[in-house]
Every structure is written in C-alpha cells, then in structure tokens.
Write a protein that binds this ligand. Structure first.
Ligand code: OSB
Ligand code: MG
Length: 374
C-alpha cells in the first residue's frame, strides 16, 4: 500500500507546563509545540516537532522549524506518493542541511499515517517488540537541594525506574551527593549537564565518579565527541550522549572514538524514525545500550517515543513520564499513564500511534495555523 499525501496542516499550540522546567541552558514554562497533520485518502497522521522556544538545545527553535516546514519541507511531500514511510526522510533530507526536528515531525507523521492506513500499531511498523516500556523521570533544577531530594524520593516511591537530575555549575556535586545519601547506594540515579562543563572540570567529574551514578549525560559541548572520549577514558561512570548524536554517522564516530557507553535517542534530534532506527542498530551492533529521551512532548510526541522505545536495544528506562507529570490536561485520549512499577503500556491493541487527538482542545490551544500549499 502506498501513501499519497494530499493535504498538510501545520499548527502551533501553547501548552502550559504544570511547573517550570529548568536546565543548565534555560527554562521553559509554557511549551510552544508545533503539530502537523498529514491527510491521505480519508486517513490522517499526526506529528510533533520537539524544538524549544530558543535554539539552546540544538540550532533549531519553534520558529525556525515553522519556516523550514512551510517553506521547504512540507511542499516536497504534497501530492507525492511513497511506497513506504522509509522513503520520506531521504526526500526531506536531500540538499537541506540540518533542520532535523522539522524533518522529523513530518516524517514521523507519515509513519503514523501509514500505520493507520494499514490498521497496524505504530510499534509494529517500526519493528518494535516490547509490550511495556520502563519509565524514568527527568527532574529540572530545583529551588534547593532539599526540594530536589524530596522530589527524587517521591519519584522512586511513585515507581519511576530512573531519576535523572539536571546539573549546572554550582548545582552539581552537593545536589547529587545529597540525593545519593538520602536514597541509598542502589538507587537508580543519573545526571544530565546539557553541555555545562569543559575538560577543565575534570576534578568535579572525578568526585561525581565516586557516587555510582548510572551515567552522566552530555557533560561537554553540544557537538563534541573528541573531548567526551577523553573524559570517558578518565571515568568509570558511563557517559551518555544526547545533543552530540545528530544521526547515524555521529553514532558511528562516537562508538569508534569511545565518546560514551550509552546513547540517548530522541527521534526529533536525529531526523525521525528512519534515522532513529539506524542509530539504534549501530548501537546494538556496537554493544551500546540506548534509551529514549524526551523533550517535554505532548501526548502526540510521547506516542511516537513510546512506539520507538519498544525496539529491542532500548535497554534502559526512558524519559517518558506520564501525561500528568507535565500537563493539567494532555491533548490526547487516553492520556499516557504509568503503573506503580514504573511501566507504560505500548498500545499494541490499537492502530497508528494508539491515542486520539482531542481536536477541540488543540483548536482552543492553537496560536497559529496554516495549510501548506505548493
Ligand atoms: O537534555 O534530555 C534533555 C528537555 C528539554 C531539553 C533537553 C532535555 C530535556 C529533558 C526532558 O530532559 C525529559 C522529558 O521530556 O521528560
Ligand atoms: Mg539530555
């Protein structure tokens, strides 16, 4: 069955977070989210662009993605037939450098559309296997060390399988030591620095190395591999790469250089499902476990992440918290939930992404909307 994309609608919604999310590179309070809808023969597919308001995670932002989608990317898909959604990324990628999140929202929507048309779950179309996904929580930088310890403790009690603590200079060693002391030596805790350090901070990393963290995520520059390899050689704690892995070639380079021992895959960062699958396979081949990262997605992006995380080499808990952790009300039904053992169910019993978008709610949250034409 081929997919022919007849209409594309692009929207921006403003979805207030329950609480501000602070990381070393900035803070978000209201999530500005781009959503795309692809239409083909009565079926539709939804996609979400995970870019943030500012280009402080990657070079993309909500506004660059909006322009990339409407000016260059969506017009390439309109009126075109694809034998399979795997064919979409090469079309979007030809002679357009970067803009991975903009490409990803269209590409992932095409997988959703294909899965709905064939009546199969998105996880099946992707080659997934897992029935449930293990869930971790990513805690933004808190008001105080005490507040952090309480949040971390409550998270483990709620069932989360991994607690990720955001760190930045001045909020690192003391915070992590306090969490380790309070939760005990076996507690599954890790740190994410979002590029806040350099090799000059080796002394700090040696002290963090004694805390038995599951991993330290992206301590050095957003596009660095060489220095991460240098740092990894000096530490027992595995480094996990996030920002630096922008596609399959970077994953190969990282493995060859020894830049880390774990990879966080965010489909938006690498350009969608096809690229995620390629990174997943390279890591599996190299004996490097992966886990699914998050970018404070709404229920649409979360659905895509859950389907992806059902692939076999997603061996560690993902940043895939349930809807209630982020929003008073999600934009999908049913909302994403987590059981008391920190597991989320992959919707194998439903076609496509397995949740329905609440269109009335989306319309109410929409701040701009455009039907793309060629
Ligand atoms: O580095 O993983 C990150 C959110 C925005 C930008 C970068 C990151 C994050 C998170 C959020 O950690 C994880 C989640 O969606 O729960
Ligand atoms: Mg990260």
């Amino acid at each position: 069955m081929s997919i022919e994309i007849q209409r594309i609608v692009l929207r921006e919604i403003a979805l207030p977070l329950k609480e501000p999310f602070r990381i070393s590179s900035g803070v978000q309070t209201v999530r500005r989210i781009l959503l795309v809808q692809l239409f083909s023969d009565g079926a539709e597919g939804w996609g979400e662009c995970p870019a943030g308001e500012l280009p402080n995670y990657s070079p993309e932002s909500v506004d660059t993605a909006w322009q990339a989608v409407r000016l260059w990317l969506a017009p390439r898909l309109l009126g075109r037939a694809f034998a399979a959604p795997e064919e979409v990324f090469p079309v979007l990628d030809a002679n357009i450098r970067g803009h991975h999140m903009a490409k990803a929202c269209l590409e992932m929507a095409s997988y959703e559309l294909a899965a709905r048309q064939s009546g199969e779950p998105l996880a099946a179309l992707l080659g997934g296997e897992r029935r449930t996904i293990e869930v971790g929580i990513s805690l933004g930088i808190q008001e105080s060390t005490t507040a952090l310890v309480e949040r971390a403790r409550a998270s483990l009690e709620r069932g989360y399988r991994k607690v990720k603590v955001k760190i930045m200079p001045g909020r690192d060693l003391a915070d992590l030591r306090a969490v380790r002391m309070a939760l005990g030596p076996g507690a599954p805790i890790m740190a994410d620095a979002n590029n806040a350090y350099t090799l000059k901070d080796l002394g700090l990393f040696r002290r963090l190395d004694d805390l038995g963290l599951m991993m330290i995520e992206q301590p050095l520059a957003w596009d660095d591999l060489l220095r991460h390899a240098e740092l990894q050689r000096q530490l027992r704690t595995p480094l996990c790469l996030d920002e630096s892995i922008t596609g399959p070639d970077r994953a190969e380079d990282a493995l060859a250089l020894g830049s880390g021992r774990i990879v966080n895959i965010k489909p938006g960062r690498v350009g969608g499902f096809r690229q995620s699958r390629a990174v997943h396979d390279i890591c599996a081949q190299g004996g490097v476990p992966v886990w699914c990262g998050g970018m404070l997605e709404s229920g649409v992006g979360r659905a895509h992440n859950v389907a992806l995380a059902s692939l076999p080499n997603f061996q560690l808990p993902g940043d895939l918290s349930p809807s209630e952790r982020y929003w008073e009300q999600d934009i999908v039904e049913p909302a994403w939930t987590m059981d008391a053992e920190g597991r989320m169910t992959v919707p194998w019993d439903r076609p496509g992404m397995g949740v329905e978008v609440d269109l009335d709610r989306v319309e109410a949250l929409t701040v701009r909307k455009e039907e793309i034409t060629r």
